[in-house]
Design a protein around this ligand. Structure first.
Ligand SMILES: [Zn+2]
Length: 251
């Protein structure tokens, strides 16, 4: 029934993470697949998901093939599922978020470069307020590393509308640009290496878990792991035998 995916390229991993960013904790696997498929469905258009830069990336593929790629992303620990009430929502794993926050910071920086090219003087900076703090600090890091003084006016506009903690980081970025503070190459290299490592993903393997009740080891297979992740379940704490023994208590 389902298409099986052997592997995804680094580009595809990044594309799927970028699309997931649009609906994180607000939509499930199917909605994510519809963005990538370029669906014209009402919900997709209402949420303006067609403006996502990777909308329609997989337009020539079937929807269930795209869903299979998303399941691969879940199996390899880039994305996972959390329940909001009864609804299964896509969320980033730590690995997935590390990659996505870096590429989102790059995307925002790219946009600033476009502004400089077009001579944009007073962009509305409110779009950066209330974004993920970690990603915003990474953006400031990259702005600093760019050494581009043309960004200073944007930083000043941005500083005006920000909260205290980010304000402080913006001010120190302005100072670093004004004083031509040299780039910390080691820091940049460590970040690049760490992202390359994250992009490899964690290949799923059968796990030997220890039962909380009887202490015996039991096998938790790849297939079971995917099922549990899709359902948003915690990994089982008890072996099959102990689970069966408990059932009469509940039913
Ligand atoms: Zn047991």
């Amino acid at each position: 029934m389902n298409a099986k995916i052997d592997t995804l390229s680094q580009e595809e991993i990044k594309v799927i993470l970028r699309a997931a960013d649009e609906i994180i904790a607000q939509g499930g696997r199917t909605l994510l697949a519809k963005i990538l498929k370029g669906s014209r469905e009402k919900k997709v258009l209402q949420l303006e998901l067609d403006t996502c830069p990777v909308y329609g990336y997989y337009k020539s593929e079937k929807l269930d093939e795209v869903v299979a790629k998303i399941d691969w992303m879940i199996e390899y620990d880039f994305l996972t599922i959390e329940y909001s009430g009864k609804l299964p929502m896509i969320v980033f794993t730590e690995r997935g978020w590390q990659i996505e926050s870096d590429q989102m910071a790059d995307e925002l920086l790219q946009e600033w470069m476009e502004w400089v090219k077009q001579g944009e003087q007073s962009p509305d900076m409110t779009y950066l307020k209330d974004r993920n703090r970690e990603m915003i600090l990474l953006l400031l890091e990259k702005v600093k590393e760019s050494g581009n003084k043309m960004f200073i006016p944007y930083l000043r506009l941005w500083e005006k509308i920000e909260y205290k903690k980010v304000k402080k980081a913006i001010r120190s970025t302005i100072k670093a640009l004004e004083n031509n503070v040299p780039i910390d190459n080691q820091l940049v290299q460590n970040r690049t290496e760490s992202i390359d490592e994250a992009l490899k993903g964690a290949a799923p393997q059968d796990l030997r878990l220890k039962c909380w009740e009887c202490g015996e080891r039991f096998m938790f297979t790849i297939g079971e792991q995917l099922f549990f992740k899709q359902k948003g379940f915690e990994y089982p704490k008890r072996c099959g035998k102990c689970r069966d023994n408990r059932k009469p208590v509940f039913f």
